[in-house]
Design a protein around this ligand. Structure first.
Ligand code: SAH
Length: 394
């Protein structure tokens, strides 16, 4: 530990001891021998040890803290944290063989995501500091999770922002890029090499399974369907028909395959196109649904884009409300941390008012528990949603 280089913080810095980020403007002195990505000791202005983390001057979050104890960041460190995180997810194994094992800051390993898809662990590194620890991470996955295959999917936008080369490859034995998983009653194929995120929106599991309970004999519209997470569960819940909309054909092809392996193809219709245009067309043709699922990509990339994003959500939710039967159900989501729950629910009230409708809340939704929400790290809470019964006012 003695050899670790030091960074001294300003007197005003580091007020929150439970948050793992240190901003660049809170740093007073950086040891001149420190290179980007190095492990550093974080020292207060009055010479107290605060923690150990890694440093990257390219980011406004210049240090991410890995530990507040004086412990080496080595194989044992990763074995301990990855094993702990894996054990926490034990309960999920009863309903699925695909879940997030490590959720970055929420599991005390900032910059690291580990997802399990059946016999394959997919890991994604999002910071330069974690990239430098890749060997320890891989060896620890072998020791603790012992999967058949390990695949790296470090190709997020963060590579450029943090200043390292993307990496997409197998480590060790080569498995299959298209892996079969199950989630509750549903079966899915996941493309771990090309799909969004590491292949599947694992965070929506709980809400997708919940849709089954509402779907019986209902005509369902799954907007932004991706590979059919919600659609398949709705069909398995005995929906009479499920129409799916996505802008990308590739996902709809996978959706059709998923429909086949679940024996629900005859209920599923896929439409490729822009959701906004298709919804407007339905309004013209007066097509009506009993349940509408609205799970759009994040419209808010940063704080400054929030106002415009709210307009987009408002428009979309108004269109969906218009297309629902009286007492029809709207399952509506936002996956942006910047879109706080108050803003989201306020937008929904405005949408209902504008459509001369009101609603009762059937269910409040969050990301599933393998994406923990840590109270002292507000950024870990990002996915929110509601199942609403939409009621005509006149
Ligand atoms: N509900 C899905 C995840 C949705 S991800 C699940 O649980 O698996 C969002 C999807 O919206 C992506 O598949 C993306 O291709 C699609 N998309 C993005 N913009 C779109 C648009 N304007 N119209 C239709 N689909 C869009």
């Amino acid at each position: 530990m003695n050899k670790i280089k030091k960074i001294i913080l300003k007197k005003t810095a580091f007020t929150d001891r439970f948050h793992p980020w240190v901003y660049k403007n809170h740093i007073a002195v950086v040891d001149p021998e420190i290179s980007p990505g190095d492990i550093v000791s974080i020292i207060s202005h009055d010479n107290a040890y605060l923690g150990t983390g890694y440093y990257n001057p390219k980011s406004v979050i210049a240090i991410r803290i890995l530990s507040r104890k004086k412990e080496p960041i080595d194989n044992n460190f990763f074995n301990k944290y990855i094993f702990q995180a894996f054990q926490k997810r034990e309960q999920l194994k009863k309903i699925t063989n695909a879940f997030r094992i490590v959720s970055s800051e929420a599991d005390s390993l900032p910059g690291l995501i580990l997802d399990l898809y059946n016999n394959t662990v997919v890991f994604q590194i999002t910071t330069l500091g974690m990239k430098r620890l890749k060997n320890e991470i891989i060896s620890s996955i072998h020791n603790t999770i012992k999967p058949e295959y390990i695949f790296e999917r470090s190709d997020s936008i963060m590579c450029k922002l943090e200043g390292f080369k993307p990496a997409v490859s197998w480590h060790g034995l080569q498995g299959k890029e298209k892996t079969h998983i199950h989630e509750g009653k549903g079966k899915f194929i996941v493309d771990i090499a090309h799909g969004h995120k590491t292949g599947f929106y694992l965070d929506q599991r709980k809400s997708r399974i919940a849709v089954e309970n509402f779907a019986k004999n209902k005509k369902v519209l799954d907007i932004f369907s991706y590979t059919g997470g919600f659609a398949i569960h709705a069909a398995l819940g005995m929906a009479s028909k499920v129409v799916c909309i996505d802008i990308k054909n590739e996902w709809l092809e996978q959706l059709k395959y998923n429909a086949q392996i679940n024996n629900v193809s005859e209920k599923i219709e896929c439409i490729k196109g822009n959701a906004f245009n298709i919804l407007r067309k339905y309004i013209q043709t007066e097509e009506i649904f009993d349940i509408i699922i609205l799970d759009p990509p994040s419209f808010v990339k940063n704080k400054s884009g929030l106002q415009n994003a709210v307009k987009g959500y408002l428009e979309l939710n108004r269109l969906a409300m218009r297309l629902l039967n009286n007492k029809g159900i709207l399952c509506t989501f936002s996956c942006s941390h910047h879109m706080k729950n108050e803003i989201f629910s306020d937008m929904l009230k405005k949408a209902a008012e504008a459509e001369i409708k009101t609603f009762s809340i059937l269910k409040r939704c969050h990301q599933d528990k393998d994406h923990p929400i840590i109270e002292t790290i507000p950024e870990t809470e990002y996915l929110k949603g509601y199942f609403l019964s939409i009621i005509n006012k006149n």
